[in-house]
Design a protein around this ligand. Structure first.
Ligand code: IMP
Length: 428
């Protein structure tokens, strides 16, 4: 009974990488199962900072097998750069990394499509990471223009790339992409991707079968979610979401492991909220409080360096995503960021069209109309980065955590007060 999932319950960037890194100690396999190089996971170890976007954070532990499963969209160049950067810093990346032959591949036209469709939206821009994520998933669902990792090891892949490039040219030319755009140069793309395919070959395998075998033999699997549940393509703040099921519901489809084998789900939240890109954010603080959180939390995107929008903890949203993801317990991250504030607020309900509700709206326009109803708690106004046990925390910080647990409806199991592994406290 030891398979665990780590899911972000907000809009991503909840510092899941740190939690995954800590939990890998008790797991044999770490699996990334959705998203792609839009994710940015930071792991700080012994004063060294590592940034990962595709490789699971388990890569730093010897004896742990890392899997990039079928649900991930792989940008081969980013993956190879990441592998080589880790190797250059002495981190072993070899047969401890496996990439699914079923994973879909991001091609240059996907990045071009992401740019164009982000530029000319029908309303507020989604503000994607411009990594080609949505267009690649669109082709996966559309099927006829999709390319998977395993395709490169079968005959006929060049003809397929050439045919898809031609179809893309016909689609993209009317949108202003010229025929000589390098993103449509089929010959050059075949040369480039054939090189990537050769270099990635040792890593490629049927990860679905591998994981099912691992389940049968009682191996302990850790599922590493990317982004956050509010960005889930089906259950998030659509259309201001990512292209995959980033809540807990995505684990099985993205890995091939049935839900009955996921024994524990840890929901990761920040002690406040952030969001990158467009879309409603009810508790956003576009003021001094937001700026203080941004400065103290270094709230700038790992992938794009965009300043993150910051605000109070939204318990209506977290309660919804905790239920949606089957969360057993919470990890509360970046609690130290709030130490400077004399007063801290939690949104416990919304007012929607004059009525109080504790339900998260199912339409983005209704979410835009909600007014947060806040509860105010006194701050602790003392640095807490040195705390190593929950009893080291000031009373008001513990009261804040207790109230978060109460309003979300899940116990707090882990509390983090800084980026390093040592700055982590466990309730159990
Ligand atoms: P995409 O995933 O690049 O298509 O972007 C869609 C939305 O998800 C945008 O608002 C992005 O800012 C957001 N997003 C994607 N990945 C992350 C992430 O890892 N952290 C936070 N936001 C993300």
């Amino acid at each position: 009974m030891a398979n665990t999932a780590v899911i972000g319950l907000q809009w991503g960037d909840e510092a899941k990488g740190k939690i995954v890194d800590i939990l890998t100690e008790n797991h044999d396999i770490v699996v990334r199962y959705q998203g792609g190089a839009n994710a940015g996971h930071t792991v700080v170890m012994g004063g060294q900072t590592f940034k990962l976007s595709l490789i699971p954070s388990g890569i730093f532990r010897s004896g742990v097998q890392c899997v990039i499963a079928n649900g991930v969209v792989v940008h081969p160049k980013t993956l190879l750069v990441e592998i080589e950067a880790l190797q250059a810093r002495g981190v072993r990346v070899g047969n401890n990394l496996t990439v699914s032959s079923r994973a879909h591949v991001i091609l240059p036209w996907h990045v071009e499509e992401d740019r164009i469709l982000n530029d000319c939206p029908t309303g507020e821009a989604i503000g994607t990471t411009l990594r080609g994520i949505g267009p690649c998933y669109r082709d996966k669902i559309g099927r006829s223009h999709a390319v998977r990792v395993g395709d490169f090891y079968e005959s006929g892949w060049r003809e397929r790339i050439i045919a898809v490039a031609e179809a893309k040219r016909r689609m993209l030319e009317p949108l202003g992409v010229s025929a000589d755009n390098p993103a449509l140069d089929a010959e050059a793309i075949c040369r480039e991707y054939s090189g990537y395919a050769d270099r990635l070959r040792p890593f490629v395998a049927d990860t679905t079968q591998f994981l099912l075998d691992a389940v049968d033999s009682g191996k302990r699997i850790l599922f590493e979610g990317a982004q956050g549940a509010l960005l889930d393509i089906d259950h998030g703040t659509f259309p201001y979401v990512t292209g995959s099921n980033s809540s807990g519901v995505g684990i099985s489809a993205g890995s091939g492991v049935p839900g009955r084998h996921i024994h524990k789900v840890l929901g990761v939240v920040k002690a406040y909220c952030t969001r990158v890109g467009g879309g409603p954010f009810p508790t956003e603080q576009d003021n001094d409080v937001g700026q203080l959180i941004r400065d103290r939390g270094n709230e700038y995107g790992t992938v794009t360096r965009r300043p993150r929008r910051c605000g109070w903890f939204d318990a209506v949203a977290a309660r919804y995503t905790a239920r949606l993801s089957g969360v057993d317990a919470l990890a509360v991250m970046l609690l130290d960021v709030l130490s400077a504030l004399p007063e801290i607020r939690i949104c416990t309900a919304y007012e929607l069209d004059g009525e109080r509700t504790e339900r998260f709206p199912d339409h983005v326009e209704r979410l835009r109309r909600v007014k947060p109803i806040y509860e105010s708690l006194p701050g602790w106004q003392r640095e807490i980065r040195e705390a190593r046990r929950l009893t080291d925390l000031p009373t008001n910080a513990r009261k804040y955590l207790d109230r978060l647990a109460e309003v979300v409806g899940r116990p707090v199991e882990i509390v983090s007060v800084g980026p390093d592994r040592e700055q982590t406290m466990f309730a159990v």
